[in-house]
Design a protein around this ligand. Structure first.
Ligand SMILES: CC(C)(COP(=O)(O)OP(=O)(O)OC[C@H]1O[C@@H](n2cnc3c(N)ncnc32)[C@H](O)[C@@H]1OP(=O)(O)O)[C@@H](O)C(=O)NCCC(=O)NCCS
Length: 331
């Protein structure tokens, strides 16, 4: 007799496989943004359930395809934030009727909140689609909207990209970048746009800034490859950085930032060209996420052939401050 975790893992794998097939064949409008639900991620999610690292939440166990989400402790968020944080994956469901979908999402949100109480997690985060029924379902259960983002995928071009490098700028990499990492993070200042952490009162802008500084530091000192620095020789300071994290065949643009005084002069395009050139032969595709309102970044990515693959909303639930972190109603 398989353990309860293994049994649950099988049901999760079966349900997600069924959903992915149904989405592919029928093309349900709300699921168009995840047309593939790739086998790799199905396998990963089922494995998490199998080893007890994720708990499946079902709206109705007899009809698993009509409402499933996975709940798990988020190790890196807990470590970064200094308090216990969890993540929801999903929701996964094929339900045409908006109102029914909203009701089912509310049930999943409640089940997740119950888990957060049992496991003493203070924060639950989820990145999900912009489906209004899904958003209403979570917001109706005191989740707050932390960010509206867009996920994009670009193809690494077969031919080398060229961009004119203005006089006085050089591209640094490898050890040169590691050596200059701390000064670079300092010099770039408040460069990131990630409202996922910044727009919420907890952890808030200051903690979010530290968090991203930490990511940048890790990337520049070995975690990312390539990690490039565009150096202004005249002023003796960094003008831009880009870092890519690669895992297997998957490349993710971790950071792209041009220091404020250097923006709008073609340096963002230049460092992206240099980055894509270094990915040729290593990966075929690169993914990136940015805020949906970050028009300069979106325009740059689109002009490089990136296409939007999914709209993403980041929602947070604070176990103790769920209500108080909402803006108060005007009298
Ligand atoms: C996004 C960013 C990297 C662009 O760098 P940049 O050096 O200013 O951009 P470039 O001068 O190379 O311009 C490249 C393209 O971006 C677009 N763009 C740049 N600034 C723009 C602006 N203010 N408004 C609209 N489009 C803009 C244009 O399409 C431009 O192409 P074009 O010159 O052919 O019209 C830069 O604005 C930045 O660092 N922003 C803060 C950090 C950030 O948001 N990073 C991305 C996170 S995913």
């Amino acid at each position: 007799m398989p353990s309860p975790n293994l049994q649950a893992a099988r049901i999760v794998a079966g349900t997600l496989t069924l959903l992915s097939r149904e989405i592919r064949e029928v093309g349900h409008p709300v699921d168009l943004w995840s047309p593939a639900l790739p086998q790799d991620s199905i396998r990963d999610m089922a494995a998490m359930v199998g080893r007890g690292a994720a708990v499946p939440l079902w709206v109705d166990e007899r009809h698993p395809a009509k409402g499933l989400a996975l709940y798990h402790r988020s190790d890196w968020e807990s470590e970064f934030l200094g308090f216990e944080a969890a993540r929801i994956l999903g929701p996964f469901m094929v339900v045409e009727n908006q109102l029914e979908r909203e009701t089912r999402v509310r049930r999943l949100a409640n089940l997740a909140i119950e888990q957060s109480r049992i496991r003493d997690h203070y924060l639950i985060t989820i990145k999900t689609f912009h489906d209004p029924a899904v958003l209403r379902g979570f917001l109706g259960e005191n989740f707050v909207m932390a960010e509206i983002g867009t996920s994009l995928t670009g193809t690494v071009p077969e031919e080398a990209l060229t961009a004119e490098r203005p006089a006085g700028f050089v591209v640094l990499e490898d050890d040169d970048v590691s050596e200059l990492a701390a000064d670079t993070v300092e010099a770039l200042g408040d460069f990131f746009y990630d409202g996922h952490w910044r727009n919420d009162r907890v952890p808030g802008p200051e903690k979010a800034r530290l968090l991203w500084s930490q990511v940048a530091l890790e990337d520049l000192t070995g975690k990312a490859d390539p990690a490039l620095l565009l150096w202004d020789q005249r002023r003796g300071r960094p003008a831009a950085i880009s870092t890519v994290r690669i895992s297997g065949q998957l490349a993710f643009l971790s950071i792209l930032a041009v220091a404020a005084p250097y923006r709008g002069r073609g340096l963002g395009r230049l460092i992206m060209h240099e980055t894509l050139n270094r990915l040729r032969g290593r990966v075929g595709e690169i993914k990136v996420e940015t805020a949906s309102y970050n028009l300069p970044a979106l325009k740059l990515y689109h002009s490089l052939g990136f296409v939007n693959t999914a709209p993403l909303a980041a929602l947070h639930y604070h176990r103790q401050a769920g209500l108080s972190s909402r803006p108060s109603r005007p009298e």
